[in-house]
Design a protein around this ligand. Structure first.
Ligand SMILES: [Zn+2]
Length: 60
């Protein structure tokens, strides 16, 4: 069974129903960045938010 990485916005305290998954961290982070930009108006994710994002990503 391949590994899967999942992320949900609510896990970093956002009141947002977005969640996503990918086969690797490298594939997942761009999806999160794209969502942060389009849904939350973050043109870039700052270091503090990125630390929260990384902490909230679950390996399954
Ligand atoms: Zn969101």
């Amino acid at each position: 069974m391949a590994k899967k990485y999942t992320f949900a916005c609510r896990d970093i305290g956002m009141s947002c129903g977005f969640n996503t998954d990918a086969a690797s961290m490298d594939a997942l982070l761009p999806k999160i960045a794209e969502h942060a930009k389009s849904a939350h108006g973050m043109s870039r994710i700052d270091d503090a938010t990125m630390a929260k994002v990384r902490a909230a990503i679950k390996e399954a």
